[in-house]
Design a protein around this ligand. Structure first.
Ligand SMILES: [Zn+2]
Length: 284
């Protein structure tokens, strides 16, 4: 699932490429993808795109006509930009913005579920859009200062869950939470309310460092067209069974139905190995 670094680099690269282009026509072959009735998606026809912003894991595609197309990839969506138009046979197409220069901005979705969506809004209504309005503060580039972050995390839920809760802090998901907690040497099972100021400061620094490093890596390695699967520069997530990049202890994992949480028992949990299935349920 694309998280903050992946959405950020996509917004930067595609945003720069589409700025100044004119929309010729729009279509939504994946009917579930479109949550727009007023203004209708065709209100974009003839508009000049001015760029793409990111909020949390969402895209805000701005047009000159005071319209913004909000796009949420959910777990399997991708925003991509092509020199050619999609074949009608491309079953991954959900939303298409055909440009007058022959290129195409395309929301695609892989897998069988149709959950990715787009919503066209008047710019003045963007902030109040329900998903955007419910987002917590941005995890990057400037997460809340230590006091505010500690207050936001002062809940009985474990950090592994809290940091992925978009209402608490926006942008982090299953991949980068493992990297951040490992960097901070904090247990994913630690309850948010048990963090002190020093730990919160370390955690805040780890959030900035890991997300910045990922975005820098993408800046140096990616160009358009973006691949369907971005090569995530992960050191801990999905590296269970491999040596910890810091202390060489074997990385452990807790297995969930369709994903895995990874951590280093020496760096993060005082040597304790926790992969009990009851715990898995607790953490969901
Ligand atoms: Zn370690």
């Amino acid at each position: 699932m694309p998280e903050l670094p992946e959405v950020e680099i996509t917004a930067r690269l595609i945003g720069a490429a589409v700025a100044g282009t004119v929309v010729e026509s729009t279509s939504a072959p994946g009917l579930n993808a479109l949550r727009t009735f007023d203004p209708p998606i065709h209100a974009l026809d003839g508009a000049t795109l001015t760029g793409i912003r990111r909020r949390g894991k969402l895209f805000l595609i701005d047009a000159s006509t005071d319209l913004t197309l909000v796009v949420h990839l959910m777990s399997a969506g991708r925003l991509q930009f092509y020199d050619k138009r999609a074949s009608l046979k491309d079953r991954t197409s959900r939303l298409l913005l055909r440009l007058t220069d022959g290129r195409e901005l395309r929301l695609r979705e892989f897998g069988t579920q149709q959950r990715a969506w787009g919503k066209l809004l008047r710019r003045a209504d963007v902030e109040g859009e329900e998903t955007l309005a419910a987002l917590g503060p941005e995890a990057w580039p400037d997460p809340p200062p230590v006091g505010e972050l500690r207050a936001a995390l002062a809940q009985s839920r474990p950090l592994y869950t809290l940091l992925r809760d978009q209402h608490v802090i926006a942008g982090i998901g299953r991949s980068w939470v493992d990297e951040i907690l490992h960097e901070a040497r904090i247990s994913p099972f630690k309850r948010g309310l048990d963090l002190d100021d020093d730990e919160t400061a370390v955690l805040r620094g780890a959030i900035i460092d890991r997300l910045s490093a990922a975005i820098d890596h993408y800046e140096q390695t990616l160009t358009l067209p973006l691949p369907d699967k971005l090569p995530l520069p992960l050191r801990v997530h999905r590296h269970n069974g491999e040596p910890c990049p810091r202390c060489a202890t074997k990385l452990e994992a807790v297995f969930f139905e369709d994903y895995v949480m990874c951590y280093c028992p020496v760096c993060q949990t005082d040597g304790k190995v926790l992969k009990d299935r009851r715990l898995s349920r607790l953490l969901k």
